[in-house]
Design a binder for this molecule. Structure first.
Ligand code: ZN
Length: 212
């Protein structure tokens, strides 16, 4: 396990007042993101599809899930996916005291670094509910906030076809897509990826992850 010493870490990002909602550069690129895992029921199926097309995605994991499934977190890292911080227990951040927000984000960054060898550089607020404290604490922990452009609403289990349509209809340069690989029955999300990913690639999109 490689843990980078502090001197090798990048400088802290600025304190944002809102999250990024698109990939911060242009071109026919898109980002696929999967929240709430890792989950042994659904994450492996998503990994298999991404591997088949040699595509990298972002996984915003919950610390408590990563802690229970370290093997899955390592599999994400081994495949070159970007692991983001989605808090420890998926609370509504605006209802927390700053010390609790620091605990939720800090503990999750620690477990990600312990298991994958690298601290996360991105975080995402559960339910997209950010506040000023979360931007300050995220920046202190060396992370940038990433929201999304297209919400598949896959957690409502609208049917595989509907999830596929939402992704394809919302596709565009710099678009960030939100799906889930845990938190309920996510079999529709797993199946939908097998359909929309090859279509996006056929349409000339490069599926990528942000670098900074
Ligand atoms: Zn979530």
């Amino acid at each position: 396990m490689t843990v980078h010493p502090p001197r090798l870490r990048r400088g802290l990002p600025p304190v944002r007042s809102q999250p990024f909602e698109r990939l911060p550069h242009t071109g026919r690129t898109m980002v696929l993101t999967f929240d709430d895992g890792p989950d042994p029921e659904y994450t492996p199926g998503i990994l298999r599809t991404l591997r088949r097309y040699d595509v990298r995605a972002m996984f915003f994991v919950c610390g408590e899930m990563a802690d229970i499934h370290p093997d899955l977190l390592r599999a994400l890292a081994d495949d070159g996916h970007v692991i983001g911080n989605h808090t420890w227990s998926h609370p509504l951040i605006p209802q927390l005291a700053p010390s609790e927000i620091r605990g939720e984000l800090g503990r999750t960054s620690e477990v990600i670094e312990q298991i994958s060898g690298l601290p996360p550089l991105w975080y995402r607020a559960p339910f997209g509910a950010w506040n000023r404290h979360s931007f300050e604490i995220g920046a202190e922990l060396g992370m940038e906030p990433l929201a999304w452009t297209v919400d598949t609403l896959d957690w409502t289990e609208p049917g595989t076809g509907t999830i596929v349509s939402r992704v394809l209809d919302g596709a565009g340069p710099g678009v960030v897509v939100l799906s889930h690989d845990a938190g309920g029955d996510r079999s529709q999300s797993v199946t939908a990826l097998r359909h929309y990913l090859p279509r996006l690639l056929d349409d000339g999109y490069r599926i990528t992850v942000p670098r900074r």
